[in-house]
Design a protein around this ligand. Structure first.
Ligand code: GMT
Length: 376
């Protein structure tokens, strides 16, 4: 077995936790000397392709008058097979099962016996939402069983996956990691640019999809404002137009700051005071972890894998799902008590370092790669 591996990473380029995680994993593996071939429609938004060991391999969806929309999966499968052959790929690692595990499975058929093993990491909505659909379930069961290894980012997602599929193999739980980047602008400068003065600043970063329940987030925030001063900063993945009516409906225009397409999130986490999430499901919630690494406690609903990330009342506050009053009260308590949020923030940072560090997580993935290669 070669010491330095050639690894094909397959992920979505769009703003979302699975793409961020795959990209960060690629950076870390590249730093360790492995060669990363990242196959996607376009470079994922946080990819540093100036790294000598990172090679971006574009897969181009095909448009054709007979197709109602461009075909992404089959050209992706063809491209994966080509990358595997041309670069002597040792391992394929699919992040987010649809379409990546299916495309890797087709690529395997194309390559034949010389095909490298496949590892699939499930991230959440690929199982909870898409996997539950009858349009995908039989195919997903098949390709997951054909994947040499399957990992999940939390115990909760593993349980949800096992409840939906009978898999032939054990699913490993490998949590997400996050390593903060050094920030180029000091906290005061960022806050000045946001014009938020000394007010406590809550931060929410996501793609604002329906599952994020921004309606509940804004409602909880609105209820808190009667008892505290605070601002809410929303780092919106691509577009925020969808949530603007919700902001206006609650007359929160002067209290909510929206920043779109931010790639360097760290300076915003560093400038904020706590994170705020209101999703109806999160397999993990990478945004909470990003905040924790910057010493920020979190407020969220007690759903999915979030209680595996947050230690309740120690590193963050959890409210039952839908309890907007609870969300608001948590906000008031952190906004009005600097000492409390600093104490929780220190514990959050320590927990993130101890349980969700790049070092441990990357080593867990490498272990899996090596185990599969030893079998070959
Ligand atoms: O929910 C998102 O923002 C996107 C989604 C994805 O797959 O890109 O995120 C999922 O994967 C992240 C990384 O593992 C997790 O931190 C998120 O909790 C998970 N989202 C859901 O489960 C809804």
């Amino acid at each position: 077995m070669r010491e330095k591996l050639n690894i094909a990473l397959l992920c979505h380029p769009t703003v979302g936790g699975s793409g961020i995680l795959a990209t960060e994993l690629g950076h870390r593996l590249a730093d360790l000397g492995h060669n990363i071939y990242l196959v996607s429609e376009r470079p994922p938004f946080r990819l540093d392709d100036s790294h000598p060991n990172i090679h971006f391999c574009e897969s181009t969806p095909v448009e054709f008058p007979l197709f109602k929309s461009p075909d992404h999966t089959l050209p992706l499968a063809t491209r994966i097979a080509e990358v595997c052959r041309n670069h002597r790929i040792d391992i394929m690692h699919a992040h987010y099962a649809i379409p990546h595990t299916a495309a890797a499975w087709i690529a395997k058929e194309l390559i034949g016996e010389a095909s490298p093993p496949t590892v699939t990491t499930l991230h959440g909505t690929d199982i909870i939402y898409l996997g539950a659909k009858e349009e995908y379930r039989p195919l997903l069961r098949h390709v997951l069983n054909a994947s040499n290894r399957v990992t999940c980012v939390s115990r909760n997602l593993k349980e949800r996956t096992e409840a939906l599929f009978t898999l032939d193999r054990e699913i490993a739980v490998i949590p997400n990691f996050y390593e903060p980047k050094s920030v180029s602008r000091p906290r005061e400068e960022v806050r000045e640019s946001l014009k938020c003065g000394d007010e406590p600043l809550a931060i929410h970063a996501s793609n604002l999809r329906t599952i994020k329940r921004i309606d509940l987030l804004l409602e909880g925030f609105k209820r808190a404002l009667g008892e505290c001063d605070a601002r809410l900063l929303i780092l919106a993945g691509a577009e925020a137009a969808r949530i603007e009516p919700e902001i206006q409906k609650r007359d929160l225009q002067n209290k909510v700051i929206i920043q779109i397409g931010v790639h360097e999130v760290d300076e915003y986490y560093a400038a904020a005071d706590f994170t705020l999430f209101s999703s109806e499901y999160e397999s993990f919630c990478l945004g909470i972890l990003e905040g924790m690494r910057h010493g920020k406690p979190s407020i969220s609903f007690d759903v999915g894998g979030i209680p595996e990330v947050v230690e309740a009342n120690e590193t963050g506050i959890l409210a039952p799902f839908g309890d907007v009053d609870g969300l608001g009260k948590a906000l008031v308590s952190l906004a009005n008590d600097v000492e409390l949020r600093e104490r929780m923030g220190r514990k959050a940072e320590q927990r993130a370092r101890e349980h969700f560090s790049a070092e441990t997580v990357v080593e867990s993935y490498l272990d899996i790669y090596r185990q599969e290669l030893a079998k070959a």
